[in-house]
Write a protein that binds this ligand. Structure first.
Ligand SMILES: C[S@@+](CC[C@H](N)C(=O)[O-])C[C@H]1O[C@@H](n2cnc3c(N)ncnc32)[C@H](O)[C@@H]1O
Length: 265
């Protein structure tokens, strides 16, 4: 299995737990019908998964993730929302432990960019999806991110991140590759769309810079950057200061573009 670049440090989870259907899976919302069986692969802390459970109830929702530790948080979140039609389990998306044709909808958000073999993963998602069902994925495209102003420290952020992510077998420009991967996985009916996270208010800038700037000096990302020689601690501190400078700019804006696919199984 590939290494999950980010790990589950609080700086990382603060970004994952903000996620909802509205801000991260709107392209799929029209396909969520009551009674549908849904699998969410790489569900992380499960905030999107739990919203799916409310939309498809009484349908069964299963969230799986390679990391056991984050599933405790997902279970707690689902319990807080009183979601009864949901369960969580450890699984590797490359090799899912479900029979063929089990689910009506199979979803992955920000997962394919991190794994060793996204084509095999999509083929596996297709296998467990019923004929006529939907396989959906949304992935960031880091090469399409924009921000302003551009403090010097921030310039080094993406080159360092690309080296770490690709060194772990991931692909930071996954968004633009989704259709290609889906076709290689055997899908012939694939609809592509794109959506953007935009951050500009003081609270959004503080939070987004806290999750990304913070991740560059704490978390697995920072440790790997140093261990693999992609950056020194001083480099990472400079990148972090760049993020803080961007967040403090009253005219600061950031856009994060994503690719999305809806594939008919
Ligand atoms: C960026 S997080 C996304 C979490 C969630 N989908 C969301 O958007 O909030 C990626 C998740 O994929 C999981 N993951 C990484 N490799 C995996 C694999 N091979 N199989 C299943 N899950 C995996 C990680 O543990 C992590 O929780």
């Amino acid at each position: 299995m590939s290494v999950y670049t980010h790990g589950h440090h609080p700086t990382v989870l603060s970004s994952h737990t903000w996620r909802t259907i509205e801000n991260s899976a709107a392209y799929l919302a029209g396909h969520l019908r009551p009674g549908a069986a849904l699998l969410d692969v790489g569900c992380g802390p499960g905030t999107i998964t739990t919203e799916f459970a409310a939309r498809v109830a009484p349908g069964r929702v299963v969230g799986v993730d390679a990391a056991e530790d984050v599933l405790a948080q997902a279970r707690a979140h689902a319990a807080e929302r009183d979601a009864r039609n949901i369960e969580f389990a450890v699984a590797d998306v490359h090799d899912l432990d479900f029979p063929d044709d089990t689910f009506d909808v199979v979803h992955a958000h920000q997962v394919l960019q991190h794994i060793a073999d996204p084509v095999r993963a999509l083929a596996e998602m297709r296998r467990v999806c019923k004929p006529g069902g939907i396989v959906a994925s949304r992935e960031a495209d880091f090469g399409s991110f924009t921000w302003y102003p551009q403090p010097p420290g921030m310039d080094d952020w993406l080159p360092v991140y690309y080296k770490i992510a690709r060194g772990n077998g991931g692909e930071p420009e996954a968004g633009r590759r989704l259709v290609s991967w889906a076709r290689e996985a055997g899908f012939t009916d694939v609809a592509f769309s794109s959506s953007v996270w935009a951050f500009a208010t003081p609270a959004e800038r503080e939070w987004w810079s806290g999750t990304w700037g913070g991740r560059m000096v704490r978390s697995n990302v920072a440790d790997q950057a140093v261990a693999k020689g992609h950056a020194t601690r001083d480099d990472l501190e400079r990148i972090h200061r760049g993020w803080l400078e961007w967040a403090a700019a009253p005219d600061g804006v950031f856009t994060a573009q994503h690719g999305e696919i809806l594939c008919r199984a």
